[in-house]
Design a protein around this ligand. Structure first.
Ligand code: DSN
Length: 406
């Protein structure tokens, strides 16, 4: 690279990633193959349209690559021929908006988990275009158990009669009962959509129930537990797929990012290998080990634990705000999210919780032993029981032992 200024910044980011412990549950490390595809000549190509129906010439190989990504996506999730997939969405938010644009008239009702309970902006929040174009019918979790209360969700759905119900979250760590959601949606004639962005890799690795038996539409980002490039896919039953394709292009997007689609294809190739199952299994084992150890050290884990890659901790129960906790941890070399907890009494800028996750650490090869150590390091930082410089050294040593790229 001739651009020395940028090269220096990229190197600095590489160093930051390699010397810090990344516990952000929505991040991961792409493989060399994914990286190669992203930086390939596919970045040069315009391919507006779909395979076989492009608005640009020269798409012989782009067509093959997009079809390869689609067939691998269906294979990885074991789909029958009544499912279609669109691999063109630039990322998760436009993908969700495209689904609504395709299926719900403006002003219609979309029922989704509220952001402060663990949902996502695009599940209906007023700050998102979704909240401006459609009406959100929010649901949350039970105050006592901090888990989904299906009786309450049923009550809201029957009263509000939304046209679409979304299940899938950014800060909820338990298994979702897709069968119950489907029954609720069916009882009011609503479309049932799952946003599996966070746990798609766990579904692919068969350590989380598959929503495909129940949902009409399934959206996922490709870069979280699935370990692909930044991007998204929309799976839909055949009766919806034409509308969804049209909502993506020409409705929402222009030319698909063919390098991103090629990278998705190779990530799906990797996710289809037997080793990916052990990887997904290890992500969950690691999260459980980390949550258990933090509990032993006196930290309140929201909903009592985790079934996934994600853990939500109520740090304010021990007097520390989420913002301060994440800043203290970052100084020690541990990167987490500040996050609201259910029924938070504080604000999103400085909430009561922190959100942790294990995909990146697992991609680096860490196991339960390291999770116990990391729980101790987190506890040491937050309680100030141990000196910051010592913790920092221990973080660096751990990072050296488990490099980002082998
Ligand atoms: N921003 C993602 C996350 O961190 O969970 C969701 O889009």
């Amino acid at each position: 690279m001739k651009d020395k200024e940028l090269k220096k910044l990229i190197k600095a980011e590489e160093k930051r990633q390699s010397e810090m412990l990344d516990l952000i549950p929505s991040e991961n490390i792409i493989s060399k193959g994914v990286s190669e595809a992203l930086g390939s000549v596919l970045a040069n190509k315009y391919s507006e349209g779909y395979p076989g129906k492009r608005y640009y010439a020269g798409n012989e190989f782009a067509d093959k690559i997009e079809n390869l990504a689609k067939s691998r996506a269906k294979k990885v999730f074991g789909l029958s021929s009544n499912w279609e997939v669109n691999v063109q969405p630039y990322s998760g938010s436009p993908a969700n908006i495209a689904v609504y644009l395709a299926l719900i008239p403006p002003g219609g009702k979309i029922m989704g988990m509220s952001l402060d309970m663990g949902g996502h902006l695009t599940h209906g929040h007023k700050a998102s275009a979704v909240g401006k174009l459609w009406k959100q019918i929010p649901y949350g979790v039970d105050k006592k158990t901090e888990t989904l209360n299906y009786a309450e969700i049923t009550k809201i759905a029957k009263k509000e009669k939304p046209q679409l119900i979304v299940a899938g979250f950014t800060a909820y760590s338990k298994i979702i009962d897709f069968k119950k959601f489907k029954a609720i949606a069916d009882s009011i004639g609503a479309i049932f959509m799952v946003d599996m962005s966070h746990f798609a890799g766990l579904v692919a690795g068969k350590v989380y129930p598959s929503p495909f038996k129940y949902a009409n539409i399934i959206m996922t980002t490709t870069h979280k537990t699935l370990r692909g490039p930044r991007g998204a896919m929309i799976f839909s039953k055949k009766e919806f797929s034409e509308k969804i394709d049209k909502a993506i292009f020409p409705g929402m997007q222009g030319g698909p990012h063919m390098n991103q689609i090629a990278a998705t294809a190779t990530a799906l190739y990797e996710a289809g290998k037997p080793e990916f199952k052990s990887y997904a299994k290890q992500i969950v084992k690691n999260a459980k080990a980390l949550a258990d150890e933090l509990k032993k050290l006196g930290w309140r884990v929201i909903s009592g634990g985790t079934d996934t890659h994600l853990i939500l901790i109520d740090v304010f129960s021990r007097g520390i705000g989420g913002k301060l906790a994440s800043e203290m941890l970052e100084k020690a070399g541990i990167v987490v999210n500040k996050n609201t907890i259910p029924y938070d009494t504080r604000n999103p800028g400085d909430p009561s919780g922190i959100r942790l996750g294990t995909p990146t650490l697992t991609s680096r090869g860490m196991k339960e032993k390291e999770m116990k150590k990391i729980a101790m390091l987190i506890d040491g930082v937050l309680t100030k029981k141990r000196k910051l410089e010592i913790i920092n050294k221990e973080v660096k040593l751990l990072c050296l032992k488990f490099p980002v790229r082998k």
